[in-house]
Ligand binder design. Structure first.
Ligand code: UDP
Length: 328
């Protein structure tokens, strides 16, 4: 299929582009490079453009006879979304609506959308199934939920085939260490722990050890980025006019912050000093996926079920690229 991957220079996008290209699809990346890295796009043509530029998108659709869109381009930091909601609503909602209109006007009806566990807010019940009420607690989660609803409406009214994939905690890197996670500033747990192992940070701050969990630290469901990429391919092949899917993507296994740090110690052989700090506002105690629907509908099965294996792929990337893509 001929696929435009919007935000394909980002973390999950770049891994998906690679898998799409290696699976025989024709792939173009559309990215404004505000947060993505051109160096991460190795197996597709990179088109620089704004998500909000409907006319440019329409020209790209026409010129390359695009049949499907994967949409990864979004701001995705909870704290930033609280401080700068306008930026989040502009980019994640308003600009995405331009994309949907560009698609509608061009007759492109397939879309796989990056959604998030943040649409659930602080759920009472673990594991989280798709039937769990979606009650976001920050602007980031709201922006993603708005687009999920817009996609449902476009599927019903215009026959779009849509899949909103609600990722839990994306982690790891391609096992050959060629592409991986590189955010500036980095806020995610595993990269920060591994930067500590590389000596780039003195210690890792643990954001709260008084949560109602067995060891007092927050529990998350870490899912390998290549498993997420695989789910995108499966979702794409599932789309028919009017398909409207929302699926959780996680392993179903929860790991506390302390367990992740222990796994990193085992993988790196580094002592990784820690320091308990204040809770980070807006962090739910526990988020673990019930992904049985994705398993049933897409026949998806994460290949990386072991946190140490996931960390090992991330460590391979960080060791080979201690300064991320900037040194390439
Ligand atoms: N965390 C931490 N120290 C850090 C970064 C993250 O203790 O320096 C915790 C954070 O509070 C959360 C978990 O690690 O409980 C995962 O955080 P991350 O930012 O990686 O992903 P999120 O769950 O926010 O999407």
């Amino acid at each position: 299929m001929r696929i435009l991957v919007i935000g394909g220079a980002g973390y999950v996008g770049s891994h998906t582009v690679r898998l799409l290209a290696r699976s025989g699809h024709d792939v173009w990346v559309y990215d404004n490079l505000s947060r993505g890295h051109p160096q991460s796009v190795k197996e597709a043509e990179l088109i620089c453009g704004e998500l909000s530029d409907r006319e440019h998108l329409k020209r790209v659709f026409q010129q390359h006879e695009i049949e499907a869109v994967m949409h990864f381009a979004a701001f995705a930091l909870v704290g930033e979304s609280v401080a700068q909601p306008a930026m989040y609503y502009q980019n994640n909602v308003t600009a995405t609506l331009e994309l949907l209109e560009a698609m509608r006007e061009s007759g492109v009806w397939r879309i796989v959308f990056s959604s998030t566990t943040a649409t659930y807010g602080q759920p009472d019940k673990i594991p989280i199934a798709e039937t769990t009420p979606q009650l976001p607690i920050n602007p980031y989660g709201f922006t993603k939920l708005v687009i999920e609803h817009a996609l449902t409406d476009y599927a019903r009214a215009y026959g779009f085939g849509v899949a909103s994939l609600r990722y839990f905690n994306a982690a790891g890197a391609s096992p050959d260490g060629d592409i991986g996670e590189d955010h500036d500033p980095e806020t995610h747990l595993i990269p920060i722990v591994l930067q500590t192992a590389l000596g780039q940070r003195a210690r890792i701050g643990i954001f709260g050890d008084d949560y109602p969990t067995p060891d007092g630290t927050c529990i998350r469901d870490y899912v390998h980025v290549d498993d997420l990429a695989d789910a995108h391919l499966r979702a794409l092949s599932h789309l028919r006019p009017g398909t409207n899917l929302q699926l959780n993507l996680g392993t179903g296994r929860g790991h506390s912050v302390l367990e992740v740090i222990q796994a990193c110690r085992r993988v790196t052989g580094h002592p990784i000093p820690t320091q308990v700090e204040a809770r980070r506002p807006g962090d739910p105690a526990e988020l673990v996926a019930d992904s049985s629907l994705a398993r049933r509908v897409l026949h998806w099965q994460p290949r990386y079920m072991d946190i140490e294996e996931i960390v090992a792929t991330a460590w391979n990337w960080h060791r080979r690229h201690p300064r991320g893509y900037s040194a390439e």
